[in-house]
Design a protein around this ligand. Structure first.
Ligand code: ZN
Length: 200
């Protein structure tokens, strides 16, 4: 029972309850710690069952199992941190904080603030000290961008409609046909310019 090519020196287990003992010896003169490879071990302290030595095969299987679980856990945590890190400004709210904590197995924090009026003052101080202007549009700026793009889209639609009508008219009345984009482009550009709203 002491073959170190089969058994992990100093490591014993109980087949009844899974209890594991790792026996070590300390070299008093140097302070080094080594495996206690002696064949003697007490019975399991839980149930009195005779302990047996752990094989290298068992140790390897267990180590692989632990490494695999650790890898999955660390990938999940990395993804959660990366997502949290990618959130800008007010993209990140208290619910996102909870999601991050949950990825690490932590419960939501206690966010009670006591007096709300005092909290508003603190929020103002926080914004003054921690937030920088620019770099990320406000909701008002985003809405203005949407309004501008919507107006441009409507203008482009009506310009296309005009080109289409002129094309139909020319085609029917004057037997003139535009064969390609080069023919159509100046008319479309003129129609666009005529129908484009003033930029505010
Ligand atoms: Zn046991």
């Amino acid at each position: 029972m002491n073959d170190e090519s089969i058994y992990v020196p100093g490591e014993w287990t109980c087949d009844a309850c899974g209890f594991v003992v790792v026996k070590s010896v300390i070299i008093a003169s140097t302070g080094d710690i080594m495996a206690d490879a002696s064949a003697h071990v007490e019975a399991c302290p839980n149930d009195g069952t005779a302990m047996r030595q752990v094989t290298w095969r068992e140790a390897l299987t267990e180590a692989r199992d632990i490494a695999g679980k650790d890898l999955i856990a660390s990938q999940r945590m990395r993804a959660a941190v990366a997502k949290h890190h990618a959130q800008k400004a007010d993209d990140r709210c208290i619910l996102d904080d909870d999601e991050l904590y949950a990825a690490f197995g932590l419960p939501p924090v206690d966010r009670r603030v006591g007096d709300k009026a005092a909290m508003l003052v603190n929020c103002q101080r926080f914004i003054e000290r921690r937030c920088e202007a620019g770099g990320w549009p406000t909701y008002a700026e985003l809405e203005a961008t949407v309004a501008g793009l919507t107006a441009e889209r409507d203008a482009a639609r009506s310009a296309l409609q005009m080109v289409s009508e002129r094309w139909t008219f020319n085609n029917q009345q004057h037997t003139h046909t535009w064969h390609d984009w080069a023919d159509c482009q100046p008319v479309l550009a003129a129609a666009l310019a005529a129908s484009k709203p003033e930029k505010t």
